[in-house]
Design a protein around this ligand. Structure first.
Ligand code: SF4
Length: 88
């Protein structure tokens, strides 16, 4: 199972939320832009670490849901989401 990192670049995010229809871990932050909440999925119990700064959100997960993250990245009209495997 790959460990992977999700990044949302806030400068690129337009707040239209195509991402959360593909992966419910993407949620609206207080600034109206996308952020990531491992507890937001109503079905799966996710664990992950999230760092949310003014520039970007970076979350690391170690589960089998990288495909959903990739679908969210593919749906993002501004390419604000990057998914990167960081280990096994
Ligand atoms: S789809 Fe992309 S641009 Fe739209 S809210 Fe999600 S991360 Fe931001």
């Amino acid at each position: 199972m790959p460990q992977y990192e999700l990044t949302v670049e806030k400068d690129a995010c337009d707040g239209i939320f195509a991402c959360l229809t593909r992966d419910p871990r993407f949620v609206e932050g207080e600034d109206g832009l996308a952020t990531i909440d491992p507890d937001a999925d109503p079905v799966y119990d996710c664990e992950g670490t999230v760092t949310d700064t003014d520039e970007r959100v970076v979350a690391t997960f170690d589960d089998d849901r990288i495909d959903e993250a990739r679908q969210a990245a593919a749906a993002c009209p501004t390419d604000a989401i990057v998914v990167r495997e960081v280990g096994e």
